[in-house]
Design a protein around this ligand. Structure first.
Ligand code: 13P
Length: 252
């Protein structure tokens, strides 16, 4: 049985004070969130605080990015081993904002994936097409390339990987993909994985949808056979909205 997963990606938001308030409030409802892996990915500056607040609870925390080397002269970078040192179990890799704004390539992402796995983190690999690519009927080709290149030479097992399908045109726009379109792509991703690692392993890898997920649309996504949860941006900044979405994922 594969895990259901709810991930908060705060992106570049929240001071430590705001992060602390969120953690306290989430801890108050954590007992209700059984049957779903809840993961909060804050900016690096709040990770120690989450470690303090969530240690010994059912809530997990992770990075939004990492570098591919363990240590050395890489000014401004953070290694996956450093994230482990802060108690992280997860790290988001290849988010479209990093691909598009920071210029990360599939090759960079593959190196980060390898380093994260070596450090003992569970990478959350993000894939997804632009609106132009979708209109040009290239969405599957793009996602296949991102998977192929992002996962090159990695040994995959179901416990050590999460995939998030986030169509770029749905991120932060309020326009989510339809649950049918999300299912179609996520089914395609699972078939791709099955061809690489076999049906049994692919069947157990959590694959999430991300892009304008809210309390009022999560149930539609969760009704689909291949969608195992969500990677949530804007709505995850509000603890009540995030907890409600996580609860819907658990109940699905
Ligand atoms: P929104 O939920 O704000 O659309 O962001 C999605 C996302 O990018 C999560 O990683």
């Amino acid at each position: 049985m594969r895990k259901k997963v709810a991930i908060a990606n705060w992106k570049m938001n929240k001071t430590r004070r705001e992060a602390g308030q969120f953690c306290q409030q989430l801890n108050q409802v954590a007992a209700e969130l059984t049957g779903v892996e809840v993961i909060v990915c804050p900016p690096y500056t709040a990770l120690d605080l989450l470690a303090e607040q969530f240690s010994g609870t059912s809530i997990h925390w992770g990075g939004q990015n990492c570098f591919w080397e363990e240590k050395g002269a890489y000014t401004g970078e953070i290694s996956p081993w450093m994230l482990r040192d802060l108690g992280c179990q997860y790290v988001i890799i290849g988010h479209s904002e990093r691909r598009q704004i920071i210029g990360e390539t599939d090759r960079d992402i593959n190196r980060k994936m390898a380093a994260a796995l070596q450090a003992g983190l569970i990478p959350i690999l993000c894939v997804g097409e632009t609106l132009q690519e979708r209109e040009d009927q290239l969405a599957k080709e793009v996602v296949r390339r991102q998977l192929e290149q992002g996962l090159t030479d990695l040994e995959l097992d179901a416990e050590g990987l999460v995939i998030a399908y986030e169509p770029i045109w749905a991120i932060g726009t309020g326009v989510n993909a339809s649950s049918d379109d999300a299912q179609e792509m996520i089914g395609f991703i699972r078939d791709y994985l099955a061809a690489q690692v076999g049906q049994a392993v692919a069947g157990d890898i959590p694959i999430l949808y991300g892009g304008s997920v809210r309390e009022d649309n999560i149930t539609d996504f969760m009704a689909k056979p291949d969608i195992d949860g969500a990677l949530i941006g804007g709505a995850s900044l509000d603890v009540n909205a995030f907890a409600a979405i996580a609860r819907s994922i658990a109940d699905a």
